[in-house]
Design a protein around this ligand. Structure first.
Ligand code: AMP
Ligand code: ZN
Length: 143
């Protein structure tokens, strides 16, 4: 169902132009205008869902099922040496468009435009700490 004022719903409807990479009954994929790296693509469900928290399992299933073939099409086209998948949820985590989307960011080496500031804190945790944390999350997982 199209969501009023959602630019990605408008892209699916064809009301806003996009460079379409792939489309079927469940999924639409198009080039991200920011082109962080060459071939940077967004894969979105046709059903409007705000982000991962609000996404029903069947919508996630259909969405992720298409990601490998779109990733492989980008790989075949531009021959990147790697690829990052990225999904931002909520503003503090850099979500700027509130229709679920997966970024496919092909990588070409240092200085290719993409960077992540990934800091490891492995020295701060013992296995017992990790087990206690994992149990809490596990207990909060919907059965
Ligand atoms: P995020 O910050 O994860 O919510 O990503 C939103 C992405 O949508 C950004 O990378 C934008 O460049 C991209 N974007 C916004 N508007 C358009 C548009 N009309 N066509 C293609 N990509 C868009
Ligand atoms: Zn939408």
């Amino acid at each position: 169902m199209a969501h009023e004022d959602c630019i990605f719903c408008k892209i699916i409807e064809g009301d806003i132009p996009s460079a379409k990479v792939y489309e079927d009954e469940h999924v639409f994929a198009f080039l991200d205008i920011s082109q962080v790296t060459k071939g940077h693509t967004l894969v979105i469900p046709k059903v409007h869902t705000k982000n991962i928290y609000e996404t029903p399992a069947n919508v996630a299933k259909e969405l992720f099922a298409r990601v490998p073939k779109i990733a492989n099409a980008i790989k075949k086209t531009y021959n990147p040496i790697g690829m990052n998948l990225l999904n931002n949820n909520e503003e503090p985590a850099d979500q700027s468009v509130f229709h679920l989307h997966i970024h496919l960011i092909p990588r070409y080496g240092e200085g290719d435009g993409y960077s992540s500031n990934w800091v490891t804190h492995s020295d701060d945790y013992e296995m017992t700490d990790l087990e206690a944390m994992a149990k809490k999350i596990s207990d909060n997982t919907e059965k």
